[in-house]
Design a protein around this ligand. Structure first.
Ligand code: DLL
Length: 432
């Protein structure tokens, strides 16, 4: 059940003392080894000695993605390149990619955190882990891979793509744990059905899904279709990769591994730190990273910190499941809309397929939101009247949740492109 009971269940006072000690070391490392941090701290008149308690964290400068871009490729590294044994990077939609590096100790930390996360998600030595996160510069594939090996499980480094072959391997090799994005898990389920398989034909028992936002209703859909327990894993390249936070079987939020990271929630507009229980932008400080220590990294991910004890016995704070990113949040006629809200409504009605896309456009000064949803082939051949009714039901439900009017378009199966990695939920034509 636990990978490292001592640290996962460390009493909070001890956890905080450990955080403070590690925070001080991290701040020194940043100040003395990374010109960017020294300059940013000097501009705020802070020196490493000013950090005497955890509440002094708020004296430190924020770090943002453009800081990494401005120091492209290696300028944020706190060790010489000769100490870096692995490089990953994440491509944004614009500009240069973000480059992240790991020392041997960093890889060790990451493998430990991933072994811890996989255990928390129900995997153990003896399991066969079908790892369909992409291998390569993306941190998903190799991150899970090293954690699975550390755990002592048998890992299949299948990566993304070639879905039919994936399914054959999953069946023949007796995979028990599936790791991939939630949207790819659904796609796998769909292709399994097309190939004539039932969930009983597989040995899968759990799935550890992340790298993109997904709703509780999407979870239910995946659990039913694959006959597994599906849990949420969070992480980002700049911080370490997957394994920053992991949901436990209580399904009441993701434990952020506080012996290695400090989480804060801020108001994305003002930068002000918000109390536990408030929704806002997650900010993470790394406590043990050597090659790329991060001070108050603004993730742009929107969530809430849950400070109450968890029934699983782990003492680490939890993050509420992510509603989305502040930069994926759509503003439609002044109303904030997260794709996950619409996903939730669609899956709750349950009469469509779980594949959808949002098309945003502007006519004159009016924003238009069109929700494309797939319906099954049988439904699609139903009477026009039935389809019209379904459309109306969906529209009314979305409108009452979001408070804005939308257009709903029911489309044939396979109209919406499937993804092997992160799904593209929104097409915003307003900026093209
Ligand atoms: O997506 C790392 C990862 C790999 C996490 C595999 C989990 C599993 P990046 O490509 O740098 O790293 O993207 C990080 O993805 O800031 C979030 O916006 C989003 N994200 C990651 N996990 C979740 C999640 C990997 N569980 C960005 N829920 C993050 C919602 C997530 N969003």
């Amino acid at each position: 059940m636990y990978w490292n009971e001592k640290y996962e269940c460390l009493p909070r006072e001890e956890l905080k003392a450990l955080q403070l000690e590690r925070l001080k070391q991290t701040v020194e490392r940043c100040f003395y080894n990374v010109p960017h941090y020294r300059k940013a701290m000097q501009e705020l008149n802070v020196e490493p000695d000013d950090i005497q308690s955890l509440s002094d964290l708020s004296k430190l400068p924020f770090t943002v993605k453009t800081d990494l871009r401005d120091n492209y490729p290696y300028g944020m590294f706190a060790v010489p390149l000769s100490e870096v044994v692995r490089i990953h990077s994440s491509s944004g939609t614009t500009g240069k990619p973000t480059v992240v590096g790991y020392t041997r100790n960093d890889l060790n930390t990451w493998s430990e955190l991933m072994a811890r996360s996989l255990t928390c998600g129900g995997a153990a030595k003896g399991d066969v882990i079908h790892n369909a996160y992409g291998y390569g510069l993306f941190t998903g594939g190799l991150g899970v891979h090293y954690g699975a090996e550390r755990l002592g499980a048998s890992v299949i480094p299948i990566s993304g793509g070639n879905t039919k072959r994936q399914i054959m391997i999953m069946k023949d090799y007796g995979s028990t744990v599936l790791t991939c994005t939630p949207s790819y898990a659904l796609f796998l389920a769909e292709v399994m059905r097309e190939m004539g398989y039932k969930k009983e034909d597989f040995r899968l028992k759990c799935g550890i899904f992340g790298a993109e936002p997904w709703s509780d209703n999407m979870r239910e859909e995946i659990e039913n279709k694959l006959g597994i327990m599906a849990l949420d894993i969070y992480g980002l390249s700049e911080i370490i990769g997957p394994g920053v936070a992991m949901e436990c079987p209580e399904k009441q939020g993701l434990h952020i591994w506080e012996d290695h990271f400090i989480a804060e929630i801020i108001d994305p507009e003002t930068g002000e730190v918000l109390p536990p229980g408030s929704q806002g932008e997650l900010v993470i400080t790394s406590l043990t990273k050597e090659a790329l220590p991060m001070l108050r990294y603004r993730t742009r991910d929107i969530t809430m910190l849950i400070d109450e004890p968890c029934a699983c016995g782990r003492t680490h704070q939890r993050l509420f499941r992510f509603s989305g990113r502040s930069d994926d949040m759509l503003i439609i006629r002044g109303v904030n809309v997260f794709p996950s809200q619409i996903e939730s409504v669609l899956l709750e009605i349950g009469e469509t397929e779980p594949h959808y896309q949002l098309i945003v456009d502007r006519e004159g000064t009016m924003d238009n939101l069109e929700v494309w949803v797939e319906v099954s082939a049988e439904k699609f051949s139903d009477e026009v009247k039935m389809l019209e009714n379904l459309k109306r039901t969906i529209r009314a439900a979305i409108e009452s949740t979001l408070g804005i009017s939308v257009e709903v378009k029911l489309v044939e199966p396979k109209t919406i492109p499937r993804s092997e990695g992160k799904a593209k939920r929104v097409i915003d034509k307003r900026h093209i």
